[in-house]
Design a protein around this ligand. Sequence first.
Ligand code: TF8
Length: 335
Amino acid sequence: MFRKLLLATGIAAALLAPVAASAQDVKTRIIRFGYGLSESSNQGRAVKYFAEELSKRSGGKLKLKGFGDASLGSDIQMQNALIGGAQEMMVGSTATLVGIVKDFGVYDLPFLFNNEKEADAVLDGPFGEKLLKSLNDKGLVGLVYWENGFRNLTNSKRPITKLEDMGGIKLRVMQNPVYIDMFNRFGANAVPLAFSELFTAMETGTVDGQENPVTTIQSSKFYEVQKYLTISRHVYSPWIMLASKRWYDGLSADEKKILNEAAVASRDFERKDSREASAQSIAYLKEKGMQINELSPAELERMREMVKPAFDKYAADGGAEVLKDLQGAIAASRK
Ligand code: TF8
């Protein structure tokens, strides 16, 4: 009898757990959360999930409003709005953070990670953590990494089956010196541009091509303006969830805990969801009329050889230590 009662109390306590949030020090807050892709993209789905998690864990008090399609600005504009305290949160590319913390450019060196498992281990481990922390004295809080994914090439000119095919292609890259250097070395004509301007730039022929994961090529409808897709997986690209430090510092300990835990939950959801979506994307893009090819191992090897000096340049430009640390972390993830 007593045991039954104990059990019943246990169940009741478990059922009441979400209500306990109201006993916590949590205020009603509206959180403006900006992102660059569409609402129906992997990025948009994960923002929605994050909003639901925040709501659940705060008894409905932490209300996240998502603003997709760069409606609050490009990645760089949003970063500045966060620093100034005009916007609370965002998710975007780590590559666009190089103007704030130069070391983030290290993720953009080509052919570092072999697979997602290595990326998860490094990003969620001490190396990734340390880079997140480096944002704190710049007015930002780095919460978690999401997966953007392995990047592939698209263009409207010709199939790229060998290095020489990239010659002279006007290729949009992210606003980041590592990307500019890498694609110029490949023989392309690298044009740095905000993601929010990319579709129009391809549509009007200002650029011939771009590079992004297949999920983005699908969700941003790049197949409407790009004929050729080359599976090159040249860089594994993380996304990073950021909060305004000014705003974050004003949160209670309970609010911070909810935010951090919901962020981790969103990360796990996002990676799983993105990987599932990515597996479907190639067939989808084919159906939409894209001509798709893989690069041969020999051709990939030539690309690796060709960009080796990019690593030396990165190291010489002040990145030697962070590069060594990252390579060490990747090697450890392989053991
Ligand atoms: C790019 C990135 C984009 C992100 C996104 C807008 O090519 O891969 O996916 O910046 O958050 O700019």
